[in-house]
Design a protein around this ligand. Structure first.
Ligand code: ZN
Ligand code: ZN
Length: 445
C-alpha cells in the first residue's frame, strides 16, 4: 500500500474522477475491507463470512449477474464522461510525472466508507455507520445500525416513541459499532481504530473495550451530556482508549451513481427520488447493496495518487460482505514520490507502467479472507488481461464494472477471452432509473 503519505496538501478541491480513460490503469494500494453486515446492518452473524443474505436486493442483482450474459463488449454506455477521451497531452496533467495531490487522505476515506455504509440503514431517524481499520490501514470491519440478523426490517417497529416501549425500535436495533465488531473479517480487533459517525453509547463502549480497539474517531457528539456518553468516556478513559473528533481536509465527497463517478467537494445535489419514509416505519431511500459496493469502489479510487487514472475495486462475498478493496498505486514500500507517474516518456522505465499495481491486484493481494471463491468484484474499469489472470486464479466468479472505454484493445480482448473460457461472468453496472447522488458530508451529521 502505498502508504506513504497523505500529507495534506490540502488544497484540493474537487477532484473528478476520471475514470478510466486511457491507459491501463494501475492500481494500487490497497485497502481492504470488511464485512458488511448484511442487511440491516446488523449483520448477522458473526460467522464471518457467511451469511446471510439479505433480503432484498442483493440477491437479485447477483442473480442477474448470472443469468445475463451481457455484452461483453460493452458499450460504453454513453459514458457521460467522455471527457478527455484521449488526453493527448501530458502537459494537461498536473505535475507531469508527479503523483496526484488531491486524493482523499486515509481518515477521510475511512470515515467516508463508514458514512456510506450508514446509507444502507433502514432507520428513518438516524443512519450511523462504523468502519474499523487495522494498523496496516486495512478496513477489517464495517457496520451500520439495523435490526438483528434474520429479523425482517419490515416487521420490526422503527418508531422512537410509542405508548408501549416494546413498539419502539430501541429494544431491538443494533448499533453500527456492534454490527461492525460482530462482522469483522479479521481474527481480532486488537490495536484497531474505529471510525464512527456518532460517539459510541455505553453499550457499544463495552464492545469496543472488550475488542481491544485502541482509538475512536467520531464525527458527531451530540449526546455528549447524556448518561450513555458520559459512561462511555468513563470506560474509555479508564481502559486507556483514546478518542478524537474527525477533522477532514475536505467538506464532502459526492458519489454520483448515475454518472458513475465520485467528486470531492463537488456541487452535486442529493437526489432522493424514492419515497421518503413512512411515518414510524422503516426508511425507504436507503442505497441498495450494489450501490453500496460500487460506492466503496469509487471512494477507494479517490485514494489513488495516479494523476490521470483512478480506479477502485471492491470484492464482495456471497454473503454480501466486503472482503477486499484496492486502488491503483505503487507497490508496498515503494515511495510514491520517487517513482514516475507519467504515462509517456522516451524511456519506458520512466513511465508508471512497469511499476504501478492495478486496483484488482491490490484488492486481491490485500483481501481479508482466505478464499475469494464465488466472490463478485465491483471495479470502476474493465480489467486488463493481467488482472483477469488474478481474478481467475483467485476463484472470483463475477465482475461488475463501470466503464470499458476501449474494449477493442488487446489487453481487454484477452481478458474477455479468459473470462469466457473460465465462465467468469462480467457485466456493466446498471444503475436504477432513480439512482441518486449520495453526498457524504463530513461537516454535518
Ligand atoms: Zn451504541
Ligand atoms: Zn489490470
Amino acid at each position: 500500500m502505498s502508504a506513504v503519505v497523505d500529507e495534506a496538501n490540502g488544497a484540493c478541491t474537487r477532484v473528478r474522477c476520471r475514470e478510466l480513460p486511457i491507459e491501463l490503469v494501475h492500481n494500487g494500494s490497497s485497502r481492504h475491507t470488511e464485512p458488511t453486515a448484511d442487511a440491516s446492518g446488523s449483520s448477522s452473524a458473526s460467522s464471518a463470512h457467511n451469511g446471510h443474505s439479505r433480503s432484498s436486493e442483493p440477491s437479485t442483482k447477483n442473480r442477474k449477474l448470472t443469468n445475463q450474459p451481457e455484452n461483453e463488449h460493452q458499450d460504453q454506455m454513453a459514458s457521460p464522461t467522455a471527457e478527455n477521451e484521449k488526453v493527448s497531452d501530458d502537459r494537461t496533467w498536473p505535475g507531469r510525472g508527479q503523483k496526484r495531490s488531491d486524493y482523499l487522505d486515509w481518515s477521510e476515506y475511512f470515515m467516508a466508507v463508514a458514512l456510506l455504509s450508514g446509507e444502507r440503514s433502514k432507520d428513518p431517524s438516524m443512519q450511523v455507520g462504523a468502519c474499523i481499520v487495522d494498523s496496516d490501514n486495512r478496513i477489517v470491519a464495517i457496520g451500520y445500525n439495523g435490526m438483528p440478523a434474520n429479523c425482517p426490517d419490515e416487521c420490526m417497529p422503527w418508531a422512537r416513541e410509542a405508548d408501549d416501549a416494546l413498539e419502539t425500535k430501541y429494544p431491538y436495533v443494533c448499533h453500527a459499532e456492534m454490527n461492525a465488531i460482530l462482522n469483522k473479517n479479521s481474527a481480532h480487533l486488537q490495536g484497531c481504530v474505529i471510525y464512527v459517525a456518532l460517539f459510541p453509547c455505553n453499550e457499544c463502549a463495552k464492545l469496543i473495550v472488550q475488542s481491544a480497539i485502541r482509538h475512536i474517531v467520531y464525527t458527531c457528539d451530540k449526546y455528549h451530556e447524556k448518561m450513555q456518553c458520559i459512561a462511555s468516556r468513563r470506560l474509555f478513559d479508564m481502559a486507556g482508549i483514546t478518542y478524537e473528533q474527525f477533522k477532514p481536509r475536505h467538506n464532502k465527497v459526492t458519489i454520483d451513481l448515475r454518472h458513475r463517478c465520485c467528486e470531492i467537494n463537488g456541487t452535486r445535489r442529493v437526489s432522493r427520488s424514492r419515497e421518503g419514509y413512512l411515518k414510524n416505519s422503516m426508511r425507504l431511500d436507503y442505497i441498495t447493496w450494489s450501490e453500496y459496493f460500487v460506492g466503496v469502489a469509487l471512494l477507494s479510487a479517490q485514494r489513488s495518487k495516479d494523476p490521470k487514472s483512478q480506479v477502485g475495486a471492491c470484492i464482495v462475498s456471497v454473503s454480501k460482505r466486503i472482503v477486499a478493496i484496492g486502488y491503483n498505486g505503487m507497490p508496498r514500500n515503494c515511495d510514491d514520490d520517487r517513482l514516475p507517474w507519467t504515462h509517456h516518456a522516451d524511456d519506458p522505465l520512466e513511465t508508471k507502467y512497469p511499476y504501478v499495481c492495478h486496483a484488482e491486484l491490490n484488492a486481491i493481494m490485500n483481501r481479508n479472507c482466505m478464499a475469494l471463491k464465488g466472490c463478485t468484484m465491483y471495479v470502476t474499469r474493465f480489467p486488463c488481461n493481467e488482472c483477469a489472470k488474478l481474478i481467475l486464479q483467485a476463484g472470483i466468479s463475477s465482475v461488475i464494472y463501470l466503464f470499458d472505454k476501449h474494449p477493442e484493445r488487446f489487453e481487454y480482448c484477452a481478458a474477455r477471452r479468459l473470462f469466457d473460457m473460465a465462465r467468469v461472468e462480467y457485466k456493466p453496472y446498471k444503475w436504477r432509473d432513480d439512482a441518486q447522488c449520495v453526498v457524504i458530508d463530513f461537516t454535518s451529521f
